[in-house]
Design a protein around this ligand. Sequence first.
Ligand code: HAM
Length: 451
Amino acid sequence: MLVKKNFKKNISKKKEKKSKEILLQNPRGMRDILPEEQNYWDQIRKVLEQSYRDYGFGRMDLPILEYSDLLIRSIGEGTDIVDKEMYSFVTKGGDKLSLRPEFTAGLARAYLQHGMNVRHKPVKIFSMGAVYRYDRPQEGRYRELYQANFDIFGEQDAVMDAHIIQLASRILAALDIKKVQFQINSIGCPVCRKNYLNLLKKYFESKKNKLCQTCRKRIHTNPLRILDCKEDKCSQVAAQAPQILDHLCDDCRLHFRSLLEYLEELEIFYVINPRLVRGLSYYTKTVFEIWPIGEEGKKYSLGGGGRYDNLVELLGGEKTPAIGFALGLDRVVAEMKKIKAKAYVFPIPKVFLAQLGDLAKKKSLKLFSDLEKNGVLVAESFGRGSLKSQLRIANRLKAEITIIMGQKEALDGTVIMKNMATGTQETLVVNEKLPFIIKKALKNNGKVIKK
Ligand code: HAM
């Protein structure tokens, strides 16, 4: 009986231990971005905020969930995202929803839903946030990843394609990432692509035995994707495949040629890659990816995008040409770390606020916000009681001035201002002038300027 009881106890202990282990783990492919890593993210956010405004974009925040049908229809069956990577579920009410695997489908939906097609064109939208893809996690590949997404609706001229590449290049340069190349291709329009796909199918059919299992299926579902399959044997077959650039219709060929001319004018480093097809089926004409120079073998893109002239129409709107791109921010941060790019520098408080006693603690809480509202950055340690330990913290933080409020000062409505370099102290009245006196003192090596 006792043995049985102990056995049960052990099992429940084991179970408890296991559930604890699971609770303390973030889901696979997802991670926490700690405060000490935020200086790179803040730098990115700063550059993005500036860039989207400079380039005339409006920001839009979209729900993290979309109807699965919208995503399937937009991104396309036969793509890895739709076939394998969506986090989809049915709600209690029976709705089929998915975590967004990208922004463009949701943006096209919102563009139509909010009647944005009547706005002055082009309509430029910026979005930023997490997207979700159930892929096999590895270096630079996450299941929760962050994208900065730029899309332009209502302009078909190739100058917009160049403009969006110019923007991507400008953002990366502002983040110190200058060694990048734009891999560029045109995948034509539905008219010229149809003929090309027939040719491609025939070619791959004749080499079927040399392809991987997945690509054999792709011959019928998505033959374009065979062109950028990472398997060696498929790559060899793809190298000899007919190239779409030789089969573009006049309109698509002209569009591509103009884009290249614009890029040359902008002196943007590009490489024509006839096997670049991208993993989303809404693209037409221009497609591009941004690769760090030296990492070409890894096919590790910092961002990618292209034109999608038929998506809005596919979703029930009028024909609306569009182009956009997304930067993969996790990879951008990794690249910034690798090249030791400039990170955001947080302003460091030069003033420390110390307090002693209950009344002083209460009053210094209010003083903290009065100082902060008037532009005086203040460090504090409200939880500490002893003045000695607070002054030690002030020293460690290299505060230039410590404002001390003890019991007596709290009752008198004053504070002591201590110059941390010289140790000199002065008593000041707590009133609306105090923040300005402190600011002046900071400029004057911690000394109060007497009127
Ligand atoms: P995408 O190429 O699928 O395009 O993703 C854009 C970028 O997101 C990639 O270049 C990469 O940096 C990053 N990324 C993608 N998957 C992962 C992952 N599993 N882990 C880490 N980073 C990743 C799109 O999403 C299109 N919606 C872009 C677009 C906007 N096209 C037109 N407008």
